[in-house]
Design a protein around this ligand. Structure first.
Ligand SMILES: Nc1ncnc2c1ncn2[C@@H]1O[C@H](COP(=O)(O)OP(=O)(O)OP(=O)(O)O)[C@@H](O)[C@H]1O
Length: 298
């Protein structure tokens, strides 16, 4: 395993237990970290990125003891936080040149080549002379990735990168990550289930600071195959169904409510068996972790 996280716990000074005994093994490739708002994803990402110490536990990346040798990890790390500032009046080319210098690429010719390669990789070469302040959300995220890649990291952490991107930009960004994920360990934190299904070979779901699912998306979906049922009902009847069945998610469709329910055997009553997707697992496991039903308007 490339990254081993063992027994990580963190309680903030205000008493919030953001991480409770988190253990994960992460192999090379794309790893998706899913969880609802406030689950602890960013706290875990910041801890791995050596930006905040945990109260207990250990983290190893290859042969680096991350908590004891943070500077060694930082030399191999690219980190795209959930929110980051760019110099709005500087063109992308100059920003990248600046970060490449900070990463120790001191030779001007070498730096020029690196900056051009990064701009091409994230598809910003044609707009390299334009100020970053005028970029769209997707362009800014791609510039953020280029900055994170400037030091040729072996571990890339991206925290909710697709939030707020339109579908085209989201796709473009995910394809870029998939390319990067062929060479380095990429941890993608998100609450968008499809991002993980489409991209990641390994994943975990965390909830209230705990890992509730860990494994390969396909294997995880296998666990609920044959147990997810769908029924479309008039909106007014939805609550009655929620009371009677283990409804894991609800969605509006043309004025009706489409219910997805979990049941070991055919519940009858007009429900039909459906091929489960990762979202079904996600809602089912979150509901189970909360000790009951969580009827979600998806
Ligand atoms: N610096 C902090 N001080 C105090 N509490 C914090 C701090 N950072 C996060 N928290 C709390 O810790 C919990 C986990 O937050 P975190 O940001 O790690 O979750 P998340 O899964 O990334 O959520 P989101 O998807 O909303 O970004 C939340 O209850 C949050 O309010």
């Amino acid at each position: 395993m490339s990254l081993r996280i063992e027994g990580i716990a963190k309680t903030y000074p205000n008493g919030v237990r953001a991480l409770q005994d988190i253990s994960l093994s992460i192999a090379p490739g794309m790893f998706g970290l899913l969880g609802p708002n406030g689950a602890g994803k960013s706290s875990l990402m910041r801890t791995i990125a050596t930006l905040q110490p945990p109260d207990s536990g250990s983290i190893h990346f290859r042969n680096i003891d991350v908590l004891k040798e943070p500077e060694k990890l930082r030399a191999q790390l690219g980190y795209l936080p959930q929110e980051f500032g760019l110099y709005p009046n500087m063109p992308a080319e100059a920003i990248l040149d600046h970060f490449a210098t900070l990463k120790g690429v001191v030779h001007a010719g070498e730096r020029k080549e690196l900056v051009a390669a990064l701009l091409n990789q994230v598809n910003l070469y044609d707009v390299r002379k334009k100020s970053a302040g005028g970029y769209s959300g997707g362009m800014k995220q791609r510039l953020g990735i280029a900055i994170a890649l400037a030091g040729s990291p072996q571990l890339l952490i991206v925290d909710e990168p697709t939030a707020g991107l339109d579908p085209t930009e989201r796709n473009r960004f995910l394809n870029l990550l998939a390319d990067i994920g062929e060479k380095v360990v990429v941890i993608l934190s998100t609450h968008i289930v499809e991002d993980v299904r489409e991209l990641c070979s390994q994943m975990a779901i965390i909830n209230k600071g705990q890992v509730i699912v860990h494994g390969e998306p396909e294997r995880i979906i296998d666990e609920v195959r044959g147990r997810i049922w769908r029924r479309t009902v008039p909106r007014a009847q939805a609550d009655a169904y929620k009371a009677r069945y283990e409804v894991i998610s609800t969605r509006m469709a043309a004025g009706n409510t489409v219910l997805h329910a979990y049941a070991e055997t055919d519940p009858g009553d007009g429900f039909i068996a459906i091929e489960p997707d990762l979202e079904d697992v996600y809602f089912h496991r979150l509901a189970a972790a909360s000790g009951g039903r969580v009827p979600v308007e998806a």
